[in-house]
Write a protein of this length. Sequence first.
Length: 129
Amino acid sequence: MNYRISIRRSAERDVANAQEWYEQQQVGLSHSFHEEFVSTVGILSRTPLIYPVLYRNVRRAVLHRFPYLIWYCVEDDLVTIIAWKRKSAKITATAKKYFSVVSKHTPFPDILAKRHATNATVQLPIVEF
């Protein structure tokens, strides 16, 4: 079974900013970064449940070559990427801050809408990898 992927606009902006930063560090590095992102999203589209639930229904996937984490939720056949952040000591506290008031029955937190002007998501087609 393939899962549909939905990426919040704020997470999409984070990825774009990271790509720009890597390209400034070394020409062509953003391409490697993008390939790893696409590969990890491909894994999520096939087997999102392989990563453990860390807080309520929020899971975290780890990129291996680059220091980034993908925070996401799974509901039925939809994977919603809610955040894309650099690994840091503060990320767990940040996750608890965002997700602590979310009911166990809420598919993903609408709290992010308060922090970001737009909380719209982008529906991506199912991609075969």
